[in-house]
Design a protein around this ligand. Structure first.
Ligand code: ZN
Length: 289
């Protein structure tokens, strides 16, 4: 069920979710030759028609355990790879249950891998100066390549968790492969964001047996489509709701101090706050915001 005040935003969210599974598909930094959609194709559709509301009934998948439910089916082809999308993302209510955030503050999360260690450190220290805590779901191979310094980020107040070693779809690999993806050089910590948000009850069980839990998101900015910084900022400011988790990527255009400062200012104008720093972040300690 949608609350009346959430309807406009929810319809826009549904439209954006049609391609959302590929949110993490672009794990490499953008390049001039990277295929991107034209600006007109990436326009948000905040006024999407009401008949695009979520399908009320999840469709069973007989050959596998139930997927996360709550969104339309079937999915369109994968935007980047052309492979079929088989995984639903959570609706706002379900997604919230995957977050350890118990406050009304909004958590900005950034996945994958930054373009460089210098850019990473500049963003981390700049965001710290804003008093804002962001959460980073980093790839293990990015840590290995030296583009992320996990201890540095945690010392400066940012929680850093695992996003696997090299971004496979957990619903398509063996239990042993999942465990390997969550072992070093994967970031060690309490929370995991499976690549593409691809999960099911079985994957969840494997992860929980390793002592970790899944943290997905509520609002996908689709920054991976190459949206310019101003557009990502504007959409976060317009659509993010209290207590939500927002998905972005370190290698795309909103992972910088200016963008996050503008989000903070714009959300404050709506009476909303971003997650705040209350000291260094830990790997396994409670998430605080
Ligand atoms: Zn990703």
């Amino acid at each position: 069920m949608l609350l009346p005040q959430a309807t406009s935003r929810a319809t826009a969210l549904v439209a954006s979710l049609l391609l959302a599974l590929t949110a993490c598909a672009q794990v490499q930094p953008s390049s001039p030759t990277a295929p991107l959609t034209s600006p007109s194709a990436t326009e948000p559709e905040p006024s999407a028609s009401p008949d695009q509301s979520p399908s009320p009934e999840p469709v069973p998948t007989p050959s596998s355990v139930p997927l996360v439910t709550g969104l339309p089916t079937p999915w369109p082809s994968d935007y980047v790879t052309g492979k079929p999308i088989e995984q639903r993302l959570p609706g706002p209510e379900e997604g919230r249950t995957h977050s350890p955030n118990t406050t009304d503050r909004i958590v900005l999360t950034f996945d994958d891998c930054p373009r460089s260690l210098d850019e990473f450190k500049e963003t981390v220290t700049g965001v710290e100066a804003l008093g804002v805590r962001v959460v980073l779901f980093a790839l293990g191979n990015c840590v290995q390549q030296g583009k992320i310094n996990v201890d540095f980020a945690r010392q400066h107040g940012m929680f850093v968790y695992s996003h696997s070693v090299n971004h496979p779809q957990f619903t398509k690999i063996s239990d042993a492969a999942i465990r390997k993806q969550l072992s070093p050089p994967s970031v060690q910590g309490a929370w995991v964001r499976p690549p593409y948000g691809a999960t099911n009850k079985h994957v969840q069980q494997v992860i929980e047996l390793m002592g970790m839990q899944i943290w997905l998101w509520d609002f996908d900015t689709e920054d991976w489509r190459g949206k310019p910084q101003d557009q990502v900022v504007q959409e976060v400011v317009q659509y993010a709701q209290a207590g939500e988790t927002v998905l972005m990527h370190m290698q795309w255009h909103a992972f910088n101090v200016q963008a996050i400062a503008e989000m903070k200012k714009g959300l404050e104008a709506r009476g909303l706050e971003l997650c705040r720093i209350d000291g260094p972040a830990t790997a396994d300690g409670p998430f605080t915001c």
